[in-house]
Design a protein around this ligand. Sequence first.
Ligand SMILES: Cc1cc2nc3c(=O)[nH]c(=O)nc-3n(C[C@H](O)[C@H](O)[C@H](O)COP(=O)(O)O)c2cc1C
Length: 477
Amino acid sequence: MASLTIRKLDEAVKAYLRLRSAGNGRSVEEEVRVILGDLIQGRPETPGPPQTPSPAEAAPRHRGPVPASGSSRVTLIIGGGIAAYKALDLIRRLKERHVRVRCVLTAAAQKFVTPLAASALSNERCYTDLFDPGSEFDAGHIRLARECDLIVVAPATADLMAKMAQGHADDLATAILLAADKPILLAPAMNPLMWNNPATRRNVAQLARDGVATIGPNAGEMAEAGEAGVGRMAEPTQIATAAEQILKPAKPQPLKGKHVLITAGPTHEPIDPVRYIANRSSGKQGFAIAAAAQAAGAAVTLISGPVDLDDPAGVDVRHVESAREMLAQVEAALPADIAVFAAAVADWRVASEGAQKLKKTGAGIPPLQLTENPDILATISKLRETRPPLVIGFAAETEHLIDNATAKFARKGCDWIVANDVSPATGVMGGDRNTVHLLTRGRDGGVDVDSWPVMTKEQVAAALIDRIASHIKSSPA
Ligand SMILES: Cc1cc2nc3c(=O)[nH]c(=O)nc-3n(C[C@H](O)[C@H](O)[C@H](O)COP(=O)(O)O)c2cc1C
C-alpha cells in the first residue's frame, strides 16, 4: 500500500460508483482494477500529492507527446544480454510507430542498461521487481501481461527462453510471460554456440509450438572478439516492423493449427574445406512462402541453405549447408501437415571431399568424381507413416518446362509441383519476380496445369498459400 493514499482510495470508490451508475457492463473487480491501475499509473481523476519515486520511476511518466488514445501498447521485456543497448533504440522505433511502450528489465538486463534510460525513453515507469509493493498491490505482473496488445522480449536471452519453455515464473519478466494472454514476440540474441546448443534448439522449437513468434537472430559479428555466426539480435527496425505486423488487425488465419515445413535456397556441396559446388538460388521464393504461411496462422519450420536474407518473423528457421544436412533437418522437423520443397538442392556432390585444400600439382587437374545427393522430395513423398498429407515440390527448369515438370511429378510421388522457368533470360534466379505453373492431379488421373501470370515472389507465395488453404478446407479431416 506504499503508494496508495486513503484519499486515492476514496477517489477510486467515488469513480467506481460514477462508472457503475453509467452502467458500462464491466464487473466490479474489473472496474476497481482499472481505476486503481490508472491511479498508480499517474492518471488520477484528480492529481494526488507528489510521491517519492523509486529510481525506476524517476523519469516523468508523460513527458513529450502522449500516444493518441487507441494506439497500440507493447510491454517490452529487456533481457540480460549485450544487445540490451539496442532495446533502447527499439523503444524509439516503436514510439515512432505510435506504439506506447512499457519496459520491464530483468536483474541481468540492469547490468547492461539502466531502468532510468528505459523509463526516460519510453516516458513510462519502468518495472524491475516482482515483489514491488508499489505495483503488486493490484497484481502488477498480471496487469503488465494483460494491459498491452503485444509482449516483445528483446534481447531474448537463452536463459529467458529456457525459462519460458519450461513455464518458470521466478521473476517479474517470466511471471509476466507466463501470465500473458497476448501475443509474444522474441528477438533472441546470444553467442552462436549458445544458439546452436541442442538445449536452445529444443527450447526454440517448443516456444514455436506454443505459438510464440520470433524475429532473428541474424548472422554476423559477435560482441566477443573474432566470433561470428547466427546469434546477433535482429535490428531494432526489423523488430519494430515485426511487432507492427502482429499489432495489425487480425487477418483470417486459414492455416492455424497446421505445421508447414518449407525448404529454401541453394545447397553448398563441399569440394574441400574452402571450395564448394553451389547454384544461383537466392532463397527468396521459399522465404516468401514461409512468411505467407506464418501470416496465415501456420507454425512454420523453414530449413534454408546458405542465403543472404533475414529470417522471417515468427518462423523457426534452421540453417544448413549441404543436401545431406537439409534432409536430416527435414526429417527431424516431421511430422508436418504440409511440406513445400522450394530449395534448389544440388543433385550431386563430390564423392570424396578433400580433407585439405586441393593444391595445384604438376600431376595436372584433379578429377572431381561426383556422386548423387539424397533426393529430399522423393524421400519424403515416399514415407509411409510420417508423410505429410500435402507434399509440394518445385521444378526449376531451363527448357521444356511443362514436359520436364510433368516427368518430375510422376517420378517423385509428390502431390503438387510448382514449375518455373529459370533460364537466365527470365531473371527468376535471384530476381524478385516469378512465373509459375501449378501442376496438380486431375480427376481423370491426368495432370492439370494452372499457369499463373508474372508476379512478385511474395504474390506467388500468397497465391500458393491461398491454394493450400482451399485444398485443406475441402479435404476430409
Ligand atoms: C557480458 C555478458 C554478456 C552476455 N550476453 C548474453 C547474450 O547476448 N545472450 C544471452 O543469452 N546471455 C548472455 N549473457 C548471459 C546472461 O546475462 C545470463 O544468462 C543471465 O542469467 C540472463 O538473465 P535473464 O535471462 O534473466 O535476463 C551474458 C552475460 C555477460 C556477463
